[in-house]
Write a protein that binds this ligand. Structure first.
Ligand code: SAM
Length: 162
């Protein structure tokens, strides 16, 4: 089964506006990255088109010319989950959604993975929270986090450092 072009076009027209950025969630698109997410968060209006079954009749894709975005090299049943992935990740960059500064040190924001996180209790099954984090010395904590971020990126995702 393939989704009809006229039905998709009518739905598209019902939400279209001049400044809209139109995206078709598709396994054939460019893979979504943090950089793309940040760019999309600056758009005024997003329209997301989701396929299902075999996909959407090609003529409406040619007519609308959306940007195609994939969430990874695998095939899902429909575009609903990819759309939710995009909405969730983009929303985090919209002012007021998260506390100020909370996305700046996260994984991928500077081509590094984030440093490890700790909370209470101070000792869990014999494992202690690193001493430096309890010291209250902000400069030492900052340096430690920077070192840890580099160390984990080298270990888990060396490709990000290239
Ligand atoms: C079963 S898929 C169609 C796959 C298509 N026949 C192909 O081989 O390229 C149905 C719909 O799911 C969505 N979809 C599936 N995998 C996706 C992915 N990795 N990223 C984004 N959307 C995806 C798309 O909207 C697609 O039109």
């Amino acid at each position: 089964m393939v989704i009809r072009p006229d039905i998709v076009y009518d739905a598209f027209q019902s939400v279209w506006e001049e400044q809209a950025k139109v995206i078709f969630l598709s396994p054939q698109g460019k893979t979504l990255t943090q950089k793309k997410i940040i760019d999309l968060s600056k758009e005024k209006h997003l329209i997301l088109i989701c396929g299902h079954y075999e996909g959407i009749d090609e003529r409406v894709i040619e007519e609308i010319q959306p940007e195609e975005i994939s969430i990874g090299d695998y095939v899902l049943t429909g575009g609903e989950l990819p759309a939710m992935v995009l909405i969730d990740s983009v929303s985090r960059y919209v002012e007021g959604v998260l506390a100020e500064g909370s996305v700046e040190e996260e994984s991928f924001s500077k081509n590094y993975l984030e440093y490890p996180q700790y909370t209470r209790p101070e000792i869990f099954r014999g494992r202690k929270v690193p001493e430096v984090l309890l010291s209250g010395h902000h400069e030492n904590i900052r340096k430690w986090r920077e070192e840890q971020a580099l160390k984990r990126t080298k270990k888990k995702r060396p490709d990000l450092l290239k």
